[in-house]
Each structure stands twice: as structure tokens, then as C-alpha cells.
Write a protein that binds this ligand. Structure first.
Ligand SMILES: Cc1ncc(COP(=O)(O)O)c(C=O)c1O
Length: 398
């Protein structure tokens, strides 16, 4: 067996199932799950229809590169959204959701044959795929704490030159899961300069980029920042985008990777062997998804409504701040976060995710401690009901 497998941590939801095991939640209160970041708004008709209209294409083997129509639709979206001109032939690949792509990317890129450990830098707390990807590629994860004192963003200035030298991939997640924090253009520019100086790749997970609060201030993308600083070839930059959150289509398994043509060419070669081409009907459904912004604006409106309602209720009993983006509330807890989650389930039949299930302790600090993650994915009514029960629960704690 691959010895690296033993390094993998249990997935956060396995830990959550254990935490809840043996507890009977009150039967008179329906369960509300705020634990999983699975969008629950309806998948737009344009996507459903395009999938059905092209179902006959199941009779064809898809290619790794995908049909040109899809790559053109993506390149148009990148221009509109990020003012980034990306070559549809050489700088874009379709992926079956960003999860597999974020994982596969490290397997393709990491060179573990060097004397020194290959490092993969990532935020902490994080989407656990980054860590697993690093382990299975024979690299070492290097965690960058995201704490309130630094606006829930990694403190990139604290990273030493020798760490940057060993770094092969820097995963960034903006907007962040679980904090919703957004990386600025200035930070991107600093990171791009470091990536070029120390020759590492920035893998920017932007799957929450379309879920944001201020309609006039969408989150900055890495390719957008690259263009702004004259790096129009996106040297050392790769972005990961998804229709899962943007278009409420987590089951479609559709996203893309775009950026530096040299890196994309290698990733294309890797993926040819890996065998992960996107089915053609999915590609047509994806074209319809990327081409339509109406459903995305409506989606943001739904989340705004839920954030406003939930925050209005919770702010009576705790300090709670709306993040600039994503659909998560990263709530501070006065008691231990696992105890909070366990008791909340036992008393109110509400499931939230303890922050420490998404993080590791670094230098004596575990940034997931005393936090829980709440995904506002349920209906507005359910989110309001959940907020009222949580308010009640916190009141009873005091
Ligand atoms: C930060 C982050 N990245 C990537 C993903 C993967 O999304 P998908 O594979 O559906 O594109 C998720 C899903 O929850 C996520 O939270």
C-alpha cells in the first residue's frame, strides 16, 4: 500500500458523525444541518435543460481538453468577470468539480525527489483536500494560520525566505472557507512576485468567488491581479473555479482550471492518463451555466437575505460579523467548539461543524478552536428557525 495513505486525517464529517454518535436529538424539533457546504437553492433551469437536450452525447467519449465551445464560454466569463484574457486553447481545462482538480494538481506538480522536503503552503483552517493532496504527492503541508487579528487571512509576511524556497505549491482560498475572508489585489501581487522569485505555483481556489455581499465589490481574482501587474501570461498562477456554489449545481461536477499555459499543458498531460474527462452533456450544461448571470445574482440575493436575518437574531446573544463573501458564518463560541456543537445538536437538533475539525494546531495555536462553521444553505425559513434555536441555546449557556 502507498505509505502516504496513513498520513491522511479523517475527513471533518467523519469526526462530526463521531461527535454526534449515541446522542438522540429532540424528536419534536426537525434537524437543521448547517454543517455541510452543499448549496440547496434550485439548480437553474438553463443548466437542467441544456443537460437534457444534450443527453444523446453520452454516446461519445469525452476528451480531456473538453469541447472548444465550453472553453470559449469560460474564457468569455473570465473576461467579463476578471478582465482576464485567457487563451481557450492553451490556458483552460475543464475539471469535474474543483475538488478532484485541487487534489490531482498536486499529484501532477510536486517534485518529491529533492533533498529537502517539498512544501505545500495552505491556509489553516482549510479545505482538507489541500492537505491530503500534499501528503499523497509526497510533500509536507505547511499551515498558515488565519486568525481574527489578521482579518482571518494568512500572514504571508511571516513566512521565511527558506520556507518560500522549499514551497512548490501555495494553495490560497479566496473567498475563504470557512472564514469568508477575501485576499486583496495588493496581497495577490505580493504573492505573484514571491512565486516568480522562488519558483512556486499559486493554486488559487476561487470556488466561492461569486457568492459575495456587496454587488459593487466582487472578490478580486488571482488572474485579474496578474493582469493588473502586467503578468498577462499568468506566470506561476492557476485558478480553480466551480459551478457548484455559483450555480447551485454541486451534483453536476463541473469546474475549470485556468492560467499559466506551461502548467496547464503539464496538467493536461497528467489528466490524459488520470482519465477524468468531463462527460459531454455536462459540458453543454456548463456552457449554459457560465453564460448566465441572472441566476447568480438571484443566488446572491438569497444569501444576503439569509445572512441579514440570521445575524439580526444572533447578534442579540453573541458577536457575529457578516463575512464579505461565501455562505459561511464563522461563529466564535464562548465554550469549547466541540462541546458547543455536541450540545447544540443534543438540545436543539442543529448540526454545525466545530472549527477545529477544519484546522491543525501550529506553534501552540489552533485557529479553529472556539469557532464553529455554519453554512447558510438551508431555506431562509430554516436558517431563521436555526438562528432562533441557537440564540435560545446560547442564552441557556449563560
Ligand atoms: C474551499 C473549497 N474548495 C473546493 C470545493 C470543492 O467544490 P467542487 O468540487 O464542488 O467544485 C469546496 C466544496 O465544498 C470548497 O469548500
Amino acid at each position: 500500500m502507498n505509505p502516504y495513505l496513513s498520513q491522511l486525517h479523517p475527513y471533518p464529517f467523519e469526526k462530526l458523525a463521531k461527535l454526534k454518535a449515541g446522542i438522540t436529538a429532540p424528536a419534536d424539533k426537525a434537524n437543521i444541518a448547517l454543517s455541510i457546504g452543499e448549496p440547496k437553492h434550485a439548480t437553474p433551469e438553463v443548466i437542467n435543460q441544456a443537460l437534457l437536450e444534450n443527453i444523446a452525447a453520452l454516446g461519445k467519449y469525452p476528451t480531456t481538453k473538453g469541447i472548444i465551445e465550453l472553453r470559449l464560454a469560460i474564457s468569455e466569463w473570465l473576461v467579463t468577470r476578471f478582465q482576464a484574457k485567457v487563451n481557450a486553447e492553451t490556458q483552460i481545462l475543464p475539471v469535474n468539480g474543483t475538488r478532484e482538480a485541487l487534489f490531482a494538481f498536486a499529484q501532477c506538480v510536486i517534485d518529491s525527489s529533492q533533498q529537502q522536503d517539498a512544501l505545500v503552503l495552505m491556509p489553516n483552517p482549510f479545505y482538507q483536500i489541500y492537505e491530503g493532496a500534499a501528503f499523497l504527492a509526497g510533500a509536507k503541508p505547511y499551515y498558515l494560520n488565519t486568525v481574527e487579528a489578521n482579518a482571518y487571512l494568512p500572514d504571508f509576511d511571516s513566512v521565511s525566505a527558506s520556507t518560500w524556497e522549499q514551497c512548490q505549491i501555495l494553495y490560497i482560498c479566496s473567498p475563504g472557507n470557512p472564514t469568508g475572508a477575501v485576499i486583496s489585489q495588493a496581497s495577490h501581487e505580493k504573492l505573484i512576485n514571491l512565486a516568480i522569485k522562488y519558483d512556486f505555483i499559486i493554486a488559487s481556489d476561487e470556488c466561492y468567488s461569486e457568492i459575495y455581499l456587496d454587488e459593487n465589490n466582487p472578490p478580486q481574482g488571482l488572474l485579474q491581479s496578474a493582469v493588473a501587474m502586467g503578468n498577462t501570461e499568468f506566470k506561476n498562477c492557476v485558478v480553480f473555479h466551480s459551478l457548484s456554489k455559483r450555480s447551485n449545481a454541486p451534483g453536476l461536477r463541473s469546474g475549470f482550471v485556468a492560467g499559466d499555459a506551461e502548467i496547464i499543458a503539464k496538467f493536461f498531460q497528467y489528466r490524459t492518463y488520470h482519465g477524468c474527462a468531463m462527460p459531454v452533456p455536462t459540458q453543454y450544461a456548463s456552457i449554459a451555466g457560465w453564460a448566465d448571470e441572472k441566476h447568480v445574482r438571484e443566488n446572491r440575493d438569497f444569501y444576503r437575505e439569509k445572512f441579514a436575518a440570521v445575524i439580526a437574531i444572533l447578534s442579540d446573544v453573541c458577536t457575529v460579523k457578516q463575512p464579505p463573501a461565501s455562505f459561511y458564518l464563522w461563529l466564535k463560541t464562548e465554550i469549547d467548539e466541540t462541546e458547543f456543537a455536541q450540545k447544540l445538536f443534543a438540545q436543539e437538533n442543529i448540526t454545525v461543524l466545530p472549527g477545529s475539525f477544519l484546522s491543525r494546531e501550529v506553534d501552540g495555536v489552533n485557529p479553529g478552536k472556539n469557532h464553529v462553521r455554519m453554512a447558510l444553505v438551508a431555506t431562509t425559513e430554516e436558517c431563521i428557525e436555526a438562528a432562533q434555536r441557537i440564540k435560545n441555546f446560547i442564552n441557556n449557556l449563560n
